[in-house]
Ligand binder design. Structure first.
Ligand SMILES: [Zn+2]
Length: 214
């Protein structure tokens, strides 16, 4: 009441709505976005650069985005859509198949992440969720020389796990783990260099260049 009483009211002017987060009082989507961004909320925590600001194949970008949005059609998500299925992970055959399990906590997924951690010379405590893993990955400070290599790893892991999962689901033919890991490294090489592996030497040189301690 004190605020209202101290305000001078001009009865000659008409009332109007004012958006107080812009200079001229008018609402725009841009002003709203900037105001929301300044709160350092979801937008800052969302690892969009790791997906959209990369030179990944478009289908991999879309797949990674869908997966982080928890919309990838794992068996958990199919059941949420009322499909009647027996939910079992095709990779380990032990747990139910959710996004966090398939891409993070399954023994096959953990083995793949650990392969890259050891190449980078890192020890890593696996986060609870895939999204947390992406946020941690994107906020990790790495040198310019390995930044490009580093940024493509999470999407590469997701893509390789999903294609292998589909192979086991629809063809019933699991790839031996050592072959699967090698295939993942070759896929990563291809995306980083925008070319397939043409010689063993170039591949070995690439592997040795991954170390963060260099
Ligand atoms: Zn599993």
């Amino acid at each position: 009441m004190a605020t209202i009483q101290t305000s001078a009211i001009n009865s000659q002017r008409r009332d109007k709505l004012i958006w107080r987060h812009s200079r001229d009082g008018s609402y725009t989507v841009k002003a709203c976005y900037l105001q929301q961004s300044s709160k350092k909320t979801v937008i800052d925590q969302w690892p969009w650069k790791l997906i959209w600001r990369t030179k990944l194949p478009p289908k991999v970008i879309c797949f990674s985005w869908i997966t982080l949005k928890d919309s990838c059609l794992t068996q958990n998500n199919l059941m949420r859509r009322k499909f009647q299925i027996v939910n079992r992970c095709y990779m380990c055959l032990c747990n139910s198949e959710s996004i966090n399990h398939l891409f993070l906590h399954c023994t096959v997924a953990t083995g793949l992440w650990n392969m890259f951690f050891s190449l980078f010379g890192l020890t890593w405590v696996m986060p609870r969720s895939l999204r947390e893993a992406f946020v941690c990955w994107s906020s990790w400070k790495v040198g310019k020389s390995v930044k490009h290599i580093w940024s493509l790893v999470p999407a590469c892991i997701l893509w390789c796990l999903w294609t292998e999962r589909n192979k086991r689901c629809f063809d019933g033919t699991p790839t031996p783990i050592s072959t699967f890991k090698a295939r993942c490294l070759i896929t990563h090489f291809g995306w980083v260099n925008l070319s397939p592996v043409l010689s063993v030497d170039s591949f070995l040189e690439f592997i040795s260049s991954i170390d963060l301690c260099c």
